[in-house]
Design a protein around this ligand. Sequence first.
Ligand SMILES: [Zn+2]
Ligand SMILES: [Zn+2]
Length: 412
Amino acid sequence: MKIWNSSRSPWWKGNIHAHTLLSDGDQFPEIVTQVYKDLGYHFLCLTDHNKCQTGENWITPETNPFAQRGGGLGVVELYRQKLGRDWVEQRIDDEGNIEVRLKSLAEFRGLFEEKNRFLLLEGVEITQSDPSIHINAYNVQSPIEPIRASSVEETIRQNVEAVNKTSRNLGRPTLAQLNHPNFRNATTAEGIAPVENLELIEVYNGFRGAVNFGSEDGVLEVGRVWDIVLTKRIAELGLGLVYATGVDDTHNYETSDSDVGRPGRGWICVSCSSLSSETIIDSIRKGHFYASNGVSINSISVDASHYTISVEAEAGVDYRIRFIGTRKGYDPSSEPFRQPDSQIVTGRTRIYSSDIGEVLAEYEGHEARYEFQGDELYVRAEVLSSRLKSNYSSEGEIERAWMQPVIPGQLA
Ligand SMILES: [Zn+2]
Ligand SMILES: [Zn+2]
């Protein structure tokens, strides 16, 4: 990110991680899209597991476990009710079950998209288990085969490279994101940091099980993992910044009997002059956005000497603004996480000194300005509110916003 002032462009709010009946979400893609449009979002990316919203796909609501979770034939009733009888395409299979066709994005996007009001981005969640390393690919039109390599680091690198290769082949910008780094302990800061081509990670994912804020058995808050990754990249590896998003990873919608992944938990607001796949991708790539699970930001400005933030304050809510970073000369030592009996726990990020991701300054109130001291490797900002989030991914979480890191020395 270079010198930047968000006030020059509007904010566009979007969710870039959501599932539909094409994989394990429990509603039809059009219903999911309508939910986000009704919530006032400006863009949405449907990111089903290893499937794009293309081609011919049918589901059997009476036997499909995800449709069952959403209400069985009730999902078809809702679909018919919202989209109209003529829109729904169904047939009967050999056993007498109703099958319903999932329409492609090309077929339904025209119902929802409006210039500078609502946009559907094309995407997919490149998914594999053991370890559960999931990479979202944005602005791609066909699925990308997941690649399993010998290590966490190499697996992330090769899947990101597969997305970048798609960009070169299609001649259009794409983005790759490492999803929910803590999910099933799939990744560690040490595995993420050396991936040269990595640009994005999820600092907040609304799916219960994403463990955004860490756990007692040595899983670190993703924000802390991010600080370790940033510090290693800049100080030790000579690599660039990684930016962080907030997403819903939605699986459950209005009629669902589950609330594991509901809409409205995490999102990004992107600053750009107009709303298109290209402008959104370009602004995310530049770091012109913030992540949130509840706090709205009025403006962000970064120049050669200051990082300034203004929160869109709500009545009755208190705010703390923290500037976080690592200074040159930090203590880089680390040790493994151990159980109380001193057994090393594998698959955990190592424990580093508090020099990494230090709180450089903290302010009460809805506006703050941080003056660079000249010895910071990077500086990022977080806003913490006094309000508990009711639609939470982890019990007891508060509403926050995460701003992107900058390297003060590169802002001349
Ligand atoms: Zn995932
Ligand atoms: Zn997902």
